[in-house]
Design a protein around this ligand. Sequence first.
Ligand SMILES: Nc1ncnc2c1ncn2[C@@H]1O[C@H](COP(=O)(O)OP(=O)(O)OP(=O)(O)O)[C@@H](O)[C@H]1O
Ligand SMILES: [Mg+2]
Length: 256
Amino acid sequence: MIDNDHPPALAVRSLVKRFGDHVVLSGVTLEVRRGEVCVIVGPSGGGKTTFLRCLNGLEDFQEGEIDLAGVKLRGGLPPTERTPLLAQVRRQVGMVFQQFNLFPHRTALGNVIEAPMHVLGYSRERATAEAATLLERVGLKDKLHQMPDTLSGGQQQRVAIARALAMKPQVMLFDEPTSALDPRMAGEVEAVIADLAASGQTMLVVTHSLRLARRTAHTLHVFENGQPLESGPPQQIFDAPRHEATRRFLHEAGEK
Ligand SMILES: Nc1ncnc2c1ncn2[C@@H]1O[C@H](COP(=O)(O)OP(=O)(O)OP(=O)(O)O)[C@@H](O)[C@H]1O
Ligand SMILES: [Mg+2]
């Protein structure tokens, strides 16, 4: 499923992000090939969320480069150059947040059709037909017309996944998609993410769930102090971690 014949969907080179004097990302270099599922784990405060926010243009950065399927963002760009690139960047990525972030006054269907109609210019009929298919795919065929506050957390998160997929992004970004959910609902959301992984969707998933990493990742990146410290197939890292920090993280996460 991983496409090695074409350029990667996402290539990040030497990305540096500082908040004032505080270096949060200290030179991240990482690739996600088409069809690849990369999972990022690592201790709290290691810069994982900040990294995803740089990738979808929610944060600027000082040094390095992000190449998203040919759309290139460089660090330190003046706003006049950066701003027009952001719309293109955001067309390449879909983002799923820990707290779902649905539009509270729209139904499940209304949440999913919004961007295809307003950004892609789809007719309401086309957007509705595609949204219904996506909501069925995430197991919500009978919830199309319900408001977010009448859905469980797991159901809301699955609407959020359908909403992101509706834009047909090159890369799906997930920031701890199951952390706000109880174990049963987390399991439902993990099943949807595993299904997407099996279908060849390119994804970058930040999670504390080693179970999700084991189930979906082709490549696991352990972040510490704003850098991938160790990268490789998850089983290899679980079985034979090379760094003390990785061993400590796995131990604390209940793995070893
Ligand atoms: N807007 C901001 N201004 C200043 N510092 C920030 C800002 N956002 C994040 N940071 C700092 O950047 C560092 C990395 O934070 P980040 O949220 O990226 O970590 P994380 O790896 O996602 O952690 P967690 O696992 O707890 O979600 C932290 O020290 C945090 O305090
Ligand atoms: Mg985070």
